[in-house]
Design a protein around this ligand. Structure first.
Ligand SMILES: [Mg+2]
Length: 320
């Protein structure tokens, strides 16, 4: 498959999952299928719960902020990403994770805010860094395994002090990178787990194992482990982009984020052309704090195209 299909599939797929899942957030299991029993029906981009039909939420908004920083700064500029997050958080986005909001508004510097929040609260393993990882995963895929997992750690650490969130985000990055190489991501999971820090490996091995089901989750799927596990489960147990997204939203709970993560993986796996046009057509991504801009499909495709060129050689060759 052409690289652009996978890059655009990941970026657009994640946004589509986010927008489709948002109206069902905190709802019961099976709500999507109950409302849309037959796949292929029109109107699935239904809006509701404060969201317009096709409107992407904080997951995609933050992914776009990361993307624009990477492209405009010519590489990973962590203080710049943090500043963009802060500007966005100060502009009253419709949705923002509790932990992310606290970190971005507590007045601490970029390299201390998340760590101090974690020290004080001891709970920072939400899915809020994983949810926004599609764009950075596309960007760093060409830089190799070490560089993409390292970038994932660093971007995650901007808002999440718990290493568990970094590791989950890095696994997502590596899954995308492997798909860009036309490697079967599911077959590669044991190799990826070997790259996870030993003290975090066990919990990821559990939720990523072939016989794990989201019903076995020990936390709400707003936590990073069941969120990633559920996305991989949705990819593993279905045979199309559309089915994977339906399965993810039908899990209930944090549906926009679980579907955004699923959409990133399934979009890279099946490619852009597998994403139904009736889902991409109404898709739009408002960017609070950035002059009322609203990105649409063409803008996301343009972002994906530039992101997949990867970090510039000059930056990539510098020690991190
Ligand atoms: Mg959201």
């Amino acid at each position: 498959m052409k690289r652009f299909q996978r890059a655009a599939g990941a970026v657009v797929g994640s946004a589509v999952g986010d927008a489709l899942g948002a109206p069902f957030e905190f709802g019961p299991q099976g709500a999507f299928s109950a409302r849309f029993p037959a796949p292929g029906a029109d109107g699935e981009m239904c809006g509701g719960g404060g969201w317009e039909a096709g409107e992407a939420t904080d997951d995609t908004q933050m992914a776009v902020l990361v993307a624009e920083s990477l492209l405009e700064r010519g590489g990973l500029d962590l203080p710049d990403i943090f500043a963009r997050f802060q500007r966005w958080a100060a502009s009253e986005p419709k949705d923002i994770g509790l932990q992310t909001e606290d970190v971005l508004t507590n007045g601490m510097p970029w390299d201390l805010a998340a760590a101090i929040h974690f020290q004080v609260n001891q709970r920072a393993a939400g899915n809020g860094s994983l949810m926004r990882a599609a764009t950075s995963a596309v960007h760093f895929a060409s830089a190799g395994r070490e560089a993409t997992m390292d970038a994932a750690h660093r971007i995650a650490a901007l808002t999440h002090g718990d290493r568990a969130a970094w590791e989950g985000t890095a696994i997502f990055h590596e899954l995308i990178r492997l798909m860009f190489e036309d490697t079967d991501p599911l077959a590669a999971l044991p190799d990826i787990l070997a790259l996870v820090r030993p003290d975090h490996r066990g919990r990821y091995a559990t939720v990523l194992s072939p016989d794990w089901h989201p019903d076995q989750a020990t936390e709400f799927n707003g936590a990073v482990w069941p969120c990633l596990g559920s996305a991989v489960w949705a990819l593993r147990t279905t045979t199309s982009f559309e089915e994977a997204i339906r399965a993810a939203i039908d899990l209930g709970g944090d549906t926009d984020t679980v579907a955004a993560v699923t959409g990133g993986l399934a979009g890279a796996y099946y490619g852009l052309d597998a994403i139904p046009a009736r889902w991409t057509q109404p898709l739009h991504v408002p960017l609070p704090g950035f002059g009322g801009r609203v990105l649409r499909l063409a803008d996301l495709l343009h972002l994906a195209e530039r992101l997949m060129e990867g970090p510039s050689m000059r930056r990539a060759s510098q020690p991190a």
